[in-house]
Design a protein around this ligand. Structure first.
Ligand SMILES: [Zn+2]
Ligand SMILES: [Zn+2]
Length: 378
């Protein structure tokens, strides 16, 4: 994963502001623009700069890129069931705006065309078990909604926009411009109506002519069973209001899963460490082992060692795609007793005497004499 390269392409640091990124982009893209720079490789450079800005110039894509690299910004491939990721539909509108003033003439894009609203991102933290079994969460956030008073037109109800007084409804005006290629007569987007050709004379009192108003919005999110940190659920149409009657953007719910104090998890596999006494490990036992699905009885054979792993089939987390259920892996840890009373020590000595298979041979003296020396020797 490389989440530095796009910054390098624009020549900015990773903590650059959106403003600095935009400035750097203008500079770099002018430098390598194929209309200006005819040297070999310039066009390639120009495309790379373009690609970098496409991601870094968009707050959400930039955040995804910082966290997951280019694949994060370009799209986590979700699968079925309303489960999705970034797919690059978030509008990138900077390019034409910037270049229309230098090269291309104005109004290449129809400003009156319907445009989709912005996507939004919301972070949700799930408990360990919620991620395994799935859940439903209510999320509340502020968004730009279609103004309820004017229905998005921006005009006071009962009034209509009039033809723009500066461009006479054309959406563009003609100006002389100094460009890197010399003085040029150009048509540029009208700064009064921003290209729409229309002026709102009687703005709506609720939205002051924008057609949008802030709204506190609550939506219920179905989290599928088996999700993991870093995945997202996409809710179509729950983002911000569109423009000129365009559809709402989408809401991306980013998931973080809290750790468990009992279990570890990797995908659909759950890991559990089972502590056993030396007696249980040596003689064998039947014990209750916790799983996320409830306790399971497990037979421990005599002579079980630390590190021995048992597999509890189907006791893990569900697999997101393809279905089925993972396993729980139970790994044994034999605990050496630390606080022994006299009776217990006697029993262990008796055990040692009854055994002649010490694993590490004591050197000169018997092991217990040596310990005694260490504590009593002066
Ligand atoms: Zn309004
Ligand atoms: Zn105008």
């Amino acid at each position: 994963m490389n989440n530095q390269e796009y910054y390098d392409r624009l020549g900015v640091s990773k903590d650059a502001s959106q403003d600095e990124i935009k400035k750097a982009y203008r500079k770099m893209s002018k430098k390598y623009h194929p209309d200006i720079n005819k040297s070999p490789g310039a066009e390639e450079k120009y495309k790379e700069v373009q690609e970098a800005y496409d991601t870094l110039g968009d707050e959400q894509k930039r955040a995804a890129y910082d966290q997951y690299g280019p694949s994060g910004a370009n799209g986590f491939n979700g699968g079925s069931g309303g489960f999705g990721g970034f797919d690059g539909t978030a509008g990138f509108g900077g390019f034409e705006d910037i270049f229309s003033s230098f090269f291309g003439g104005a109004a290449q894009r129809n400003p009156n065309a319907p445009r989709q609203g912005d996507d939004l991102q919301y972070r949700v933290q799930l408990k360990f078990e919620e991620a395994i079994f799935g859940t439903e969460k209510e999320v509340t956030y502020n968004r730009e909604a279609t103004c309820h008073t004017c229905g998005g037109s921006g005009s006071k109800p009962g009034t209509a926009p009039v033809s723009c007084h500066k461009c006479h409804g054309q959406g563009v005006v003609t100006v002389d411009m100094q460009t890197p290629l010399g003085t040029m007569r150009r048509q540029v987007t009208c700064d009064i109506c921003h290209g729409t050709g229309q002026e709102i004379k009687n703005p709506c009192l609720t939205c002051h002519g924008t057609g949008h108003e802030k709204e506190k919005h609550t939506v219920s999110v179905k989290i599928p069973a088996g999700v993991e940190s870093g995945q997202q659920v996409r809710l179509t149409g729950q983002g911000e209001a569109g423009f000129n009657g365009g559809p709402y953007g989408d809401l991306f719910v980013m998931i973080t899963v809290q750790p468990s104090d009992k279990f570890e998890r990797d995908g659909s596999t759950i890991y559990y460490t089972l502590n056993l006494s030396i007696v249980q490990a040596a003689l064998g036992d039947v014990v209750d082992v916790p799983t996320v699905h409830g306790d399971v009885e497990l037979s421990i054979p005599a002579g079980t060692q630390t590190g021995k792993t048992f597999r509890l089939r189907g006791k893990g987390a569900p697999k997101l795609r393809g279905g089925g259920q993972g396993d729980e892996h139970v790994t044994v840890k034999v605990i050496t007793p630390t606080k022994l009373n006299n009776a217990q020590k006697e029993a262990l000595r008796a055990f040692a005497e009854a055994s002649d298979d010490s694993i590490s041979k004591p050197k000169k003296k018997g092991f217990f004499d040596k310990v005694k020396d260490a504590f009593e020797g002066e």
